[in-house]
Design a protein around this ligand. Structure first.
Ligand code: NAD
Ligand code: TYD
Length: 355
């Protein structure tokens, strides 16, 4: 039996990953370590409440003694580090928390894993540490050069405090591989969408606002491009890298599904309006607002390496994934109400309504 220590497993991608692992593997145990910030929600895991293979611990990845105690108690074979502050707009408002959680949290996890795993001869056995990173560490591509893509060899060139903190943590993970011989992988994925995504990110925010007949704030001219991947395809990629990725390697994950924000918002308007049969959900809700500071123009991944070396490919087409996602949000109004109460609304007012 393999034991996975998954951090951030109550957040968007982390909870999807925990559910994916339990669905696709029998003989495993998952130690889910999450601080439960505004972005973490145990409701995401309600379907596995009684699954004894899943153990939840409300712990901060920066809390060294608590993390060391979890390693001592559960002796994990693998670490998958999702836990992070993840929203670019928040990083522009408060960069320090991004440096703290994303960089110091990663170093704390690396140190605890190294101490728990290293043998007297300096070897690490069959353990592996996987850092879940982002294509945003590569910076931005031009919308006028649609044939240029991020590759694993693209120089790191982050722009936002969020991507800077992710790039810094990637460098620490690489350093633990290079210096101590720790078995590591880094995955760098493009923008995810799907169930359980907190409605501060583009797709769930637009679905939620459309349903409330609230304005749909598009930053700048709306021509910025993101490369969208259905979350389950990302989960599958992480699982494959964990089992078969070559030690020390970086793998980019993306599905060549680049869409301008204007297209995404207009698609959501059309599909939500149709799903709830409400003609008041239409393009008059769109409001062009002040652009995000340092707004990256385009992200686009060339996933050639993970396809060639591990046989990964994205299974969900955007046209299907967006309908599945909208249907999920329509069926989970309670979830939406719960996560949009309290701290989120206060933040939402400052960030969007007062623009
Ligand atoms: P999220 O914000 O939905 O979830 C983050 C989770 O981490 C939450 O459950 C939160 O409670 C937890 N967390 C935050 N600080 C913590 C701390 N100090 N200790 C323990 N837990 C803590 O984020 P997400 O979108 O699910 O992203 C997960 C990871 O994937 C992040 O590392 C992010 O950089 C990366 N990533 C995200 C995307 C995307 O499109 N969302 C794309 C590529 C990579
Ligand atoms: P987001 O979901 O925050 O992801 P990221 O910044 O990590 O790519 O934003 C996706 C794109 O949508 C990005 O170009 C910013 C834009 N955006 C808006 O135009 N309006 C919004 O309200 C939000 C949240 C994002």
């Amino acid at each position: 039996m393999k034991t996975y220590l998954v951090t951030g497993g109550a957040g968007f991608i982390g909870s999807n990953f925990v559910l994916y692992l339990l669905r696709t593997h029998d003989d495993i145990r998952i130690i889910n370590v999450d601080k439960l910030t505004y972005a973490g929600n145990l409701e995401n895991l309600s379907s596995i409440e009684h699954d004894e293979r899943h153990i939840f611990s409300q712990t901060d990845i920066c809390d060294k003694p608590a993390i060391e105690a979890l390693f001592a108690q559960y002796k994990p074979d693998y670490v998958v580090n999702f836990a992070a502050e993840s929203h670019v707009d928040r990083s522009i408002a408060t960069p320090e928390i991004f440096a703290h959680t994303n960089v110091m949290g990663t170093v704390t996890m690396l140190n605890a894993a190294k101490a728990a795993w290293i043998e007297p001869d300096g070897s690490f056995g069959d353990h592996k540490y996987l850092q879940v990173s982002t294509d945003e560490v590569y910076g931005s591509l031009s919308i006028d050069e649609p044939d240029s893509f991020f590759r694993e060899t693209t120089p790191i060139n982050p722009h936002s405090p969020y991507s800077a903190s992710k790039a810094a943590s990637d460098m620490f993970v690489k350093a633990y591989g290079d210096t101590y011989g720790m078995p590591i992988n880094i995955t760098r994925c493009s923008n995810n969408y799907g169930p359980f995504q907190f409605p501060e990110k583009l797709i769930p925010l637009m679905i939620n606002n459309a349903l409330q007949h609230e304005h749909l704030p598009i930053y700048g001219d709306g021509k910025n491009i993101r490369d969208w991947l259905y979350v389950e395809d990302h989960c599958k990629a992480i699982d494959m890298v964990l089992s078969n990725g070559t030690i020390g390697e970086v793998y980019n994950v993306g599905g060549h599904n680049e869409r301008p924000n204007n297209f995404i918002v207009k698609t959501i308007i059309a599909e939500v309006s149709k799903a709830v049969n409400d003609p008041a959900i239409n393009q008059t809700l769109i409001t062009y607002v002040t652009d995000r500071k340092g707004h990256d123009r385009r992200y686009g991944i060339a996933p050639d390496k993970i396809k060639r070396d591990l046989g990964w490919y994205p299974e969900t087409k955007f046209e299907d994934g967006i309908i599945k996602t909208i249907d999920w949000y329509l069926a989970h109004e309670e979830w939406m109400k719960h996560v949009t109460s309290g701290a989120y609304l206060k933040y939402y007012d400052t960030m969007y309504r007062n623009r």
